[in-house]
Write a protein that binds this ligand. Structure first.
Ligand SMILES: N[C@@H](CCSC[C@H]1O[C@@H](n2cnc3c(=O)[nH]cnc32)[C@H](O)[C@@H]1O)C(=O)O
Ligand SMILES: [Zn+2]
Length: 432
C-alpha cells in the first residue's frame, strides 16, 4: 500500500529521457517517487485526482534571506550600499529570535503557496529559521550569514556561531534541512576569514553560500585592495569548486565566466533583486553557453519584494533577451531547468525532476484559467503566463503542505497576524 497516488495529470517530468507524460500517474512512498508513468497496479492511502492539471517538480529558490519578509517594502528605491548601511543593517540590529521566526514562517507560507519546495538561506538567528522550516515542512539549505570586516575577534565569533549551526541542524527535519557556511561576500569578509571558512566547510563536508560581484562597487573595491576581481581573488585562495553557491555574479569578465564554469561553481541568478537595486545584469546566457550551472533565486523580500519563483523565471528570461537583444536566448524549457534541475544540483538534493527514486517534491498547477487559455505549450505558459498564484497543491518529502489552495502545515491567518504585529513593534523600536 503506497502513501499517495496522483493521477490524471499532465506531467512535466523535467527528465530529458522521458519528457512530458499526458494523463500521467505518480506513486509516492516514504517521501520518494516510487513509480511514474501512465498506469499503476499500486493502491494508496490517499489518491489525488489532478483533473488534467500540470504536475511538475517544485521550484527551488537558491538565494534568499527568508526572515527579511519582515522588511518587505521597508526600504525601497536606493543603491545597495546605502540600503544595507543606512537602513537594513541598523534595522537588523533590532531583530529578535521571535522576529526572525515570524518572518521565516511568513516566507515558508509564501513559498508553499507559490510552488517553491526548497530554498537556500543566509541570515541571522538561523536556529529560528531552521525551527520554522522544520514546522512548515519545506526543504532548505540553511546558513548563518557571517561578516568579519577584517576584525579577528568578530571573525572568531562568527565562525563559532556558523560552525555550531552547521553541526546542530545538518540533516534534521526528516532530512529536509542541509546546512552550509555563509560568508557574506568577498568585500565584507577578510581573506584569512574566507580561507578559514573554506577549510572548515571541507572538513564538515558542507557547501558554502556567498554573495559575489553583485555590484560594480565590489569589483572596484577588490581591484583597489587586491589588484584583482573577486573571481580571481577567490581562485587565488583555492575557494572555488562545485561546493560553492555564488549569488548574483553580475560583474563578470569572459575570463571570470570560464573560471566559474571550469570549477563547477553554482551561480544563483537573482533578476528581480539585480533590477530593483540597479546592480546590473548577470551574463546568464554566456555562463550557460560555457557550461556553468546557473540556477535562480529571489534574494530577500526587501530587495524583490516577493518570493514568487514563477515571476523570477519570467524576469530571468525577459531580462536576458532584452539585454542581449536576442529573443532566442533562455527559452522557456531552459528557464524551467534553471529553477528545478540546476537548483537541485546547486543544493545537492535529489529533487528538481519527477523520476523514480527522487524526492517526492512536486506541485500541481491549475491551468484552467482565462490567463492560461488556450494551451499550445505547457512550458511556455509556466514561464510567460503563470504566476505562483496558479499553484494549487504543493508536496514536499511526500507530505501535502497545500491541497487545492488550502495550506495544511501552517495556520495561514495566525502567521500573517503575528508577522504584522512583529513588524509594528519592530518599527517602533527602530524609530525610537
Ligand atoms: N552576521 C552578519 C549577518 C549576515 S546575514 C546576511 C546579510 O546579507 C544582507 N543582504 C540581504 N540582501 C543582500 C544583497 O542583495 N546583497 C548583499 N547583502 C544582502 C542581509 O541584510 C544580511 O545583513 C553580520 O554581522 O551582519
Ligand atoms: Zn542576498
Amino acid at each position: 500500500m503506497a502513501d499517495m497516488i496522483i493521477k490524471n495529470a499532465y506531467i512535466l517530468t523535467m527528465d530529458p529521457s522521458v519528457g512530458d507524460i499526458e494523463n500521467g500517474v505518480v506513486v509516492i512512498e516514504n517521501g520518494m517517487i516510487k513509480e511514474i508513468g501512465t498506469s499503476t497496479q499500486c493502491s494508496a492511502e490517499k489518491v489525488i485526482d489532478a483533473k488534467g492539471s500540470v504536475l511538475m517538480p517544485g521550484l527551488i529558490n537558491t538565494h534568499c534571506h527568508a526572515g527579511m519578509t519582515i522588511f518587505r517594502g521597508y526600504a525601497d528605491d536606493m543603491q545597495l550600499q546605502d540600503w544595507l548601511e543606512n537602513h537594513i543593517w541598523p534595522a537588523e540590529a533590532q531583530l529578535t529570535d521571535e522576529d526572525i521566526y515570524a518572518g521565516t514562517r511568513l516566507a515558508c507560507l509564501e513559498m508553499i503557496r507559490s510552488g517553491t519546495i526548497a530554498f537556500a538561506d543566509m541570515y541571522i538567528h538561523e536556529n529560528k529559521v531552521a525551527q520554522a522550516v522544520d514546522e512548515a515542512g519545506i526543504r532548505a539549505a540553511l546558513s548563518y550569514g557571517m561578516i568579519d570586516f577584517g576584525d579577528k575577534e568578530k571573525a572568531d565569533k562568527e565562525l563559532k556561531e556558523g560552525s555550531a549551526f552547521v553541526k546542530e541542524w545538518n540533516g534534521k527535519a526528516d532530512g529536509r534541512i542541509d546546512t552550509m557556511y555563509g560568508p557574506h561576500a568577498p568585500n565584507t569578509c577578510s581573506r584569512d576569514f574566507l580561507i578559514r571558512v573554506k577549510e572548515q566547510a571541507v572538513k564538515d563536508n558542507v557547501k558554502i553560500h556567498i554573495h559575489v560581484l553583485e555590484t560594480e562597487a565590489e569589483l572596484n573595491y577588490m581591484k583597489e585592495n587586491f589588484g584583482m576581481c573577486s573571481i580571481h581573488f577567490l581562485k587565488d585562495i583555492d575557494f572555488w569548486g562545485p561546493d560553492i553557491l555564488a549569488a548574483h555574479c553580475v560583474w563578470l569578465s569572459d575570463g571570470d565566466i570560464k573560471i566559474l564554469a571550469e570549477y563547477g561553481v553554482n551561480i544563483s541568478h537573482n533578476p528581480n533583486s539585480n533590477m530593483k537595486l540597479a546592480s546590473g545584469i548577470c551574463p546568464v546566457s554566456k555562463l550557460l553557453d560555457n557550461g556553468a550551472n546557473v540556477c535562480i533565486g529571489t534574494d530577500g523580500c526587501a530587495s524583490n519584494n516577493n518570493l514568487d519563483m514563477f515571476e523570477e523565471m519570467r524576469m530571468a528570461a525577459l531580462l536576458q533577451k532584452v539585454s542581449t537583444m536576442d529573443p532566442t536566448v533562455l527559452p522557456a524549457r531552459k528557464v524551467l531547468e534553471m529553477a528545478t534541475i540546476n537548483g537541485a544540483k546547486a543544493l545537492g538534493i535529489k529533487s528538481g525532476m519527477l523520476k523514480e527514486g527522487y524526492n517526492a517534491d512536486m506541485i500541481i498547477v491549475d491551468m484552467n484559467k482565462a490567463h492560461l487559455t488556450p494551451v499550445y505549450d505547457v512550458a511556455s505558459h509556466l514561464v510567460y503566463a503563470a504566476s505562483g498564484k496558479d499553484v494549487e497543491t504543493t508536496i514536499v518529502n511526500g507530505k501535502v503542505l497545500m491541497e487545492e489552495g488550502k495550506v495544511l502545515s501552517l495556520d495561514e491567518q495566525e502567521v500573517i497576524d503575528i508577522a504584522i504585529q512583529r513588524s509594528k513593534d519592530l518599527i517602533l523600536k527602530i524609530n525610537n
